[in-house]
Design a protein around this ligand. Structure first.
Ligand code: ZN
Length: 166
């Protein structure tokens, strides 16, 4: 089952469960998905974008999560093969964790478009369908980040660089 956040042509947002993405496509194309508020069958997937924010010196650095966030989960991208850390001395474990965080951070920075201080506005536009969905990162103040979260826009922290963890 997949939960999609949907929005109708009047801008009502709501959530609905589907067996899978193809089931949603079929039902939406057939006009079987209705807005529970106004009954409109013209509904589209809302973009639950951004999902990473962390304390870096200048505030939150945030990015849009990958498309699986649309399914209602926040899963930070993880490098392959990091599910289980091998048994090791504490120092080695710490080293492995730092390497993993560093790799995750590098992947985020590589895979996302930096929109800088436009992040809150861009995230909201993507959420409302005014901008195309794409992975973005940028900066937001704590207040802006909270406002995005209150509006149902999921954001996540970009992990701090390992050097900043001391
Ligand atoms: Zn509606």
């Amino acid at each position: 089952m997949i939960k999609f956040s949907l929005v109708c042509d009047s801008g009502h947002s709501f959530e609905s469960w589907f067996a899978n993405g193809a089931a949603y496509d079929q039902q939406a194309e057939g006009g079987f998905v209705h807005c529970p508020i106004c009954g409109s069958a013209r509904v589209t997937k809302a973009i639950m974008a951004p999902a990473i924010a962390s304390h870096l010196g200048r505030g939150f650095e945030t990015r849009a999560a990958e498309s699986r966030v649309i399914e209602g989960e926040i899963i930070p991208p993880q490098p392959a093969g990091t599910n289980a850390l091998p048994p090791a001395l504490l120092d080695e474990q710490q080293h492995a964790v730092r390497a993993m965080i560093g790799a995750m951070r590098a992947k985020i920075l590589t895979d996302t478009i930096d929109v800088g201080k436009d992040f809150p506005e861009e995230a909201r536009k993507m959420h409302e369908g005014e901008s195309p969905e794409r992975p973005i990162r940028g900066e937001a103040t704590v207040e802006e980040a909270h406002a995005l979260i209150e509006d149902g826009i999921k954001i996540m922290a970009v992990p701090a660089a390992p050097d900043e963890l001391n």
